[in-house]
Design a protein around this ligand. Structure first.
Ligand SMILES: CC/C=C\C/C=C\C/C=C\C/C=C\C/C=C\CCCC(=O)SCCNC(=O)CCNC(=O)[C@H](O)C(C)(C)COP(=O)(O)OP(=O)(O)OC[C@H]1O[C@@H](n2cnc3c(N)ncnc32)[C@H](O)[C@@H]1OP(=O)(O)O
Ligand code: FAD
Length: 658
């Protein structure tokens, strides 16, 4: 405890200033804490025995908490907007089994419903007269949305759609909130009218009775069973047997079916019906920041408190964070989490800007948003999932206990690599965009590409490189990414030249395509970091905070160059002989950050309640917390301390003659 207090005292970081910056100002931080305190002081959200609950208990408690939040806490705290709602969910912890209602069901109606449909459905949804989910994925198809099999066949006589699951593989599978709770769903299905298949459109379908919650006629519904984690979420299955819904349950903002069955196609892009996925992808980089920053808070605090090995006689054992390997592991990750933070801010801003253009029927930014949100979602969820696991390993044996908090963080984060679009698939979407822009640049010299891909017109390696110069770092990335895009594009076109069709040529280049999308997205993240710490809000910070952010930016930028040095060398951006200099710069910046490490994670401002970790306690009293935690273990609570398995099995073994 003294050690962590001493670390804080010695740190020169203006922690509060950084916290205010991260959350958008003092007012926001005070509000965040108000929400946290309301949760912490309410016994409904008690977490003392959380880690000992069974799957069913976890689920039941999570539903109870969610309903309590909606009926009591949210009105009391006047929580309305998406960000405050997420803030509340994030403090409560665990999964929110009703989250798909507000995260996907309602946004789909807002984004894709006509004005009349919004007027009809949104008040019902806002007041929880109905509970919705987003039932897109089927047993046989998740990635391939165009291949969904569920049909919605229009009947002009009754002016109804007939929703049907024609095959086993067309059964909806995975949607959250569906298994137990939802009364309604957004159902993407193939719209068939006048005998023609018009492709995937979104429909609102009632699943359960509003009187007694039994399944509606023609609907078979349930929970898909235990998963890798996510016990608190009722991911479900859903089968339709010719379920009839009114015509105006087709969401009709962009395309319509008239009463006589005439189809009116979207004026602009058919991809607008994918809008909710884009929204969540944009939000997932923020989610990745939250999850990884929690893991780092735990791992860094623990690495201050934990000592291992007496390296000089008469001295205390060494703090884990004073081992250079540990510093390298955790401080490079600390740099990464700030990288994710900045790019998440930029992605959300791009989303908001695109949305306001779309409202004016201007599609200009949509391809960039799709490509960028896909890449950023993929890279930030990859980095967060791998980073959490790295933090666990960095905490040794105690990291493996549920009480460390890491298993929960990992289980909650790792599915984000899959849901809302598998990460490889999304990177291929980013690659598709990059290849397309490259083609335009080559074919039309007057074409000016968006800023983030400007390197496709010009990418020059600076002379006399200074690895601490942000501009030089960016130039190195530009050379490298351009070479990656060129390599991928060349491979695709070579494939075509030897007679492969477009799919085979594309598929043959998939590894290079994913690599170029990954490289591009890292570049975007580095650029975002560099540009954001050059903004006025950071320039107004204390010089030391600015210095630490610059160190973190260097570490983030250079560590990727080091890890992927092959790509940079191959592109002629760096020489092998320069790698040592890069290593030295990274190492020296890590040493600069080391004294501020604990204050940096303090700046994330997570109360112990949110971390749910005996290792990550703010006061550093780790061993007391471990001892207290084990007292709740039901396995130790049998008469005379003897577990029933003794009588049932081990006694026999001990007494057996062998
Ligand atoms: C502002 C944010 C604030 C808050 C956010 C709130 C919350 C976030 C925080 C946390 C989230 C919490 C909880 C969520 C938990 C769980 C939810 C999980 C829910 C789900 O998983 S729902 C199911 C998701 N499913 C998928 O994502 C499927 C993935 N597949 C696809 O998206 C597509 O099929 C595809 C993109 C892979 C391929 O589509 P396609 O075959 O139709 O397209 P093509 O490859 O042929 O391309 C054609 C053309 O279209 C362009 N395109 C594709 N998609 C889009 C798009 N979405 N938008 C715009 N344009 C798109 C593509 O680029 C091509 O263009 P081109 O010009 O021809 O090249
Ligand atoms: C916890 C969780 C919650 C979910 N919640 C919801 C929800 O609320 N609503 C909902 O509708 N869905 C939900 N899903 C489903 C999720 O969106 C899909 O699982 C996801 O989109 C991936 O699709 P898939 O499972 O079909 O993977 P697949 O498409 O089978 O992909 C498997 C692998 O194949 C490769 N691959 C597939 N297609 C391609 C391609 N075109 N090019 C190259 N490689 C390819 C990829 O490497 C990928 O990793 C959820 C899933 C999980 C795990």
């Amino acid at each position: 405890m003294e050690t962590i207090a001493a670390e804080r005292k010695a740190s020169k970081l203006a922690t509060k200033e950084l916290t205010y910056f991260l959350y958008g100002g003092e007012e926001m931080v005070l509000r965040k804490r108000e929400i946290e305190n309301a949760v912490i002081s309410d016994p409904t959200y008690d977490i003392t025995k959380y880690h000992y609950l069974t799957r069913e208990e976890l689920f039941e408690q999570a539903v109870k908490k969610s309903v309590h939040s909606i009926t009591k806490l949210m009105p009391e705290l006047d929580i309305l907007g998406v960000f405050e709602r997420h803030s509340l969910t994030s403090v409560i912890g665990g999964e929110n089994p009703l989250s798909l209602h507000t995260d996907m069901f309602m946004p789909t109606i807002t984004g894709q419903g006509s004005d009349e449909q919004q007027e009809k459905w949104l008040p019902l949804a806002t007041n929880y007269k109905i509970i919705g989910c987003y039932a897109q994925t089927e047993m046989g198809h998740g990635t391939y949305v165009r291949g969904l099999e569920t049909t919605a066949t229009y009947d002009p006589v009754k002016q109804e759609f007939d929703i049907h699951s024609p095959t086993l593989t067309s059964i909806k599978w995975w949607p959250g909130t569906l298994g137990v709770n939802a009364t309604h769903a957004i159902v993407p299905a193939r719209l068939i009218t006048k005998g023609e298949d018009k492709g995937i459109h979104n429909f609102i379908v009632q699943l359960r009775s509003l009187d007694n919650h039994t399944a509606m006629k023609g609907i078979t519904i349930g929970d898909i069973g235990p998963k890798f984690g996510y016990a608190e979420m009722d991911n479900g299955f859903l089968k339709f047997e010719h379920v009839r819904i009114p015509r105006d349950n087709l969401l009709m903002r962009f395309s319509q079916v008239l009463p006589d069955g005439t189809y009116v196609r979207p004026k602009t892009s058919s991809k607008l019906s994918y809008g909710t996925m884009v929204l969540i992808r944009a939000g997932l980089s923020k989610f990745s920041f939250e999850m990884l920053s929690r893991a780092l808070t735990i791992a860094i605090r623990y690495s201050i408190v934990r000592r291992q090995t007496q390296n000089r006689p008469g001295e205390a054992e060494t703090q884990l964070l004073d081992y250079v390997n540990q510093q390298h592991t955790l401080i490079t990750l600390l740099a990464t989490v700030f990288g994710i933070y900045f790019v998440s801010q930029d992605t959300i801003q791009l989303y908001v800007k695109t949305q306001s253009q779309l409202n004016e029927e201007n599609m200009e930014l949509l391809p960039e948003l799709h490509a960028s949100s896909s890449g950023v979602k993929a890279i930030s969820t990859n980095l967060a999932s791998q980073g959490i696991e790295t933090c666990r390993i960095a905490c040794g044996g105690h990291g493996y206990s549920l009480s460390s908090g890491f298993p929960f963080l990992y289980q909650s984060t790792t599915p984000s690599m899959t849901y809302e679009g598998d990460n490889n698939v999304l990177l291929l979407q980013t690659a598709r965009y990059l290849i397309k822009i490259r083609k335009e640049v080559q074919e039309d010299p007057s074409y000016s590409p968006p800023d983030n891909v400007n390197y496709l017109t010009e990418a020059v390696r600076p002379r006399n490189i200074n690895f601490r110069s942000p501009q030089h770092q960016l130039a190195l990335y530009q050379c490298m990414v351009r070479a990656c895009v060129d390599r991928a594009a060349t491979k695709v076109s070579q494939g075509e030249k030897i007679g492969l069709d477009y799919f085979d040529a594309w598929n043959a280049a998939a590894v290079e395509l994913i690599q170029c999308a990954e490289a591009h997205t890292h570049y975007v993240m580095v650029k975002s970091f560099i540009e954001n710490i050059d903004k006025e809000e950071v320039r107004n910070m204390s010089p030391y905070n600015q210095f630490i952010l610059k160190c973190l930016s260097d570490i983030f930028s250079l560590n990727y160059i080091l890890n992927k040095s092959g790509l940079f060398i191959e592109a002629g951006a760096i020489y092998g002989r320069e790698l040592n200099e890069i290593r030295e710069v990274i190492q020296s910046q890590i040493l600069e950050v080391r004294p501020a490490a604990v204050s940096l994670v303090d700046a994330f401002d997570y109360p112990d309640f949110v971390l749910r970790s005996v290792l990550g306690r703010k006061d550093g009293d780790v061993y007391t917390a471990m001892w207290e935690w084990v007292q709740h273990n039901p396995r130790n609570k049998h008469k005379n301390g003897v577990h029933p398995v003794y009588k049932k099995y081990t006694r026999k073994l001990l007494r057996a003659k062998m």
